[in-house]
Design a protein around this ligand. Structure first.
Ligand code: R2B
Ligand code: URA
Length: 465
């Protein structure tokens, strides 16, 4: 059975060409998404499995919803010898299985002493600013670990890093909520998924890359694109929305990649992130990297430039996110993963036509006044005042402005998830406020973060060198 190894790529997951170049990530049994009912090749479960399961399976439900309500079907992750050519195990890069060949579950603390950070009480540790952390006020053990791994990441290429990181700990997804453990069922309402009606480890346990972006259509297009890039079998047009039970967000699973939409603005992405992080936790995912792929207004940059975020900063250029909790403001640091950002920058140099810089990204709560636009329904400042603000932003290292990066960075950081923000600049805000480029040009710009992240993923999977 596959489940023991379900978090590890097997030899047949990657198809080699004669030249040795890996050409494709192959899902289990050649299925696209490995999620029941989402791949055309997956058959319906035997009748007896459907009976006696949860009540509430309605005649009117789609095949997928019926299957999902029954918790998927059991043989889903079996390897069929007849289909897979050889049983010799694929040697995944260390990154994929950091605890070397040991396939133990992330929850198995005894086998990995020191691999797990102690859960802190809610709200206990994340109210420090980045400056306070830098000052050494943090009592977190995590800091030493991070420093060590950051140093390694700085001095070595990614492949060297993975090869030498035998003692790298498993990076599990840490929800910071003690109440979750006591809940009999967790309903991820805006995803239309639940721990009782869905087998989340089976559905999502192999996820290694989560790509989020504002628009549902763009994230569907990204799922289809990455499907082609990973050379998966099956028709990318037939990818099904895992969240089809709701129209709040869309979600597509393509091999080890999850593509999800988050809507516009902090409140929308924050709801999605709560449920996504719980989903990854319930599914026992580990060593997951999150990417926000988006659009933005450039600050002193040519339209079409891709910005990989160094620090996500607020309206006053501070690397922090303020969350109101029980009427009090809690400040969380918005530092992103430096190693991933540098790796993305390196990827951009290996691609044509993806001009890329690393810079700070300012996150605002509004597209118009909040970003200093003169073309909203309201405007209470002068053209000069706008330029002055943008100049100050530029001096503080801000190279682009968007609307989700601070909460994205803060939540990922608190929950132990490596994360990066990659946004294309649609215009140079020193030159105007309206987005005047043609539809075709904008479509091409929006593909740039996708192409960059796809290259990163393919490199990490060993599909390109
Ligand atoms: C970028 O583009 C959207 C506004 O047009 C917003 O979601 C963002 O961050
Ligand atoms: N998205 C933003 O938030 N701002 C812009 O200027 C462009 C896209």
């Amino acid at each position: 059975m596959y489940s023991e190894n379900s978090l590890v790529l097997m030899s047949d997951d990657l198809q080699s060409t004669k030249s040795g170049v890996k050409t494709g990530y192959v899902g289990i049994n050649g299925h696209i998404s490995q999620i029941p009912g989402l791949s055309p090749a997956i058959c319906t479960p035997p009748e007896e499995r459907a009976r006696g399961r949860r009540a509430g399976v309605l005649e009117s439900d789609t095949d997928y919803v019926k299957l999902a309500k029954q918790g998927g079907h059991k043989g889903l992750l079996w390897h069929e010898e007849a289909i897979t050519s050889k049983a010799c195990p694929y040697q995944p890069p260390d990154w994929f299985c950091p605890a070397s060949a040991d396939n133990s579950k992330p929850g198995d603390e005894k086998k990995h002493p020191g691999a797990f950070q102690q859960l802190e009480p809610p709200f206990g540790t994340d109210s420090m600013s980045a400056w306070e952390r830098d000052d050494g006020n943090s009592n977190s053990k995590e800091k030493n670990g991070d420093t060590l791994s950051n140093q390694m990441e700085k001095s070595q290429s990614p492949s060297q890093y993975y090869q030498t990181s035998k003692f790298k700990r498993i990076e599990s997804v840490q929800v910071k909520n003690p109440y979750l453990d006591d809940m009999e069922e967790d309903i991820l309402y805006h995803f239309s998924l639940s721990t009782k009606t869905h087998n989340l480890p089976e559905m999502f346990g192999d996820i290694k890359f989560v790509c989020v972006g504002g628009s549902a259509n763009r994230m569907k297009a990204f799922a289809q694109f990455i499907h082609q890039e990973l050379n998966l079998s099956g028709n990318p047009e037939e990818l099904r929305d895992i969240c089809e039970g709701t129209d709040r967000y869309c979600m597509y699973k393509v091999g080890p990649v999850l593509s999800i939409s988050h809507g516009m603005g902090v409140p929308s992405i924050s709801i999605m992130l709560h449920e996504l992080i719980k989903l990854l936790h319930h599914a026992q995912c580990h060593d997951v990297v999150l990417f926000r792929l988006g659009t933005s207004g450039g600050v002193g940059l040519a339209p079409g430039t891709v910005v990989v975020t160094d620090k996500a900063v607020d309206y006053a250029f501070r690397p922090q996110f303020e969350q109101v909790v029980l009427g009090k403001v809690i400040t969380r640091s918005t530092e992103l993963d430096e190693g991933v950002a540098n790796e993305l920058l390196q990827c951009s140099t290996e691609l044509q036509n993806i001009p890329t810089v690393i810079g700070n990204t300012m996150c605002t709560h509004d597209f118009y006044e909040g970003q200093g636009r003169l073309d909203g329904a309201l405007c209470s400042f002068s053209h000069e005042e706008k330029l002055e603000y943008l100049r100050k932003a530029y001096e503080a290292g801000v190279r682009n402005i968007e609307m989700e990066s601070t909460v994205f960075a803060a939540m990922c950081r608190v929950c132990g998830l490596k994360a990066a923000v990659i946004c294309v600049a649609l215009l140079n805000r020193f030159e105007g406020d309206q987005i005047t480029s043609s539809h075709d040009v904008l479509v091409e710009y929006q593909q740039r973060p996708q192409v960059l992240v796809s290259h990163f993923i393919k490199k990490r999977l060993g599909l390109v060198v």
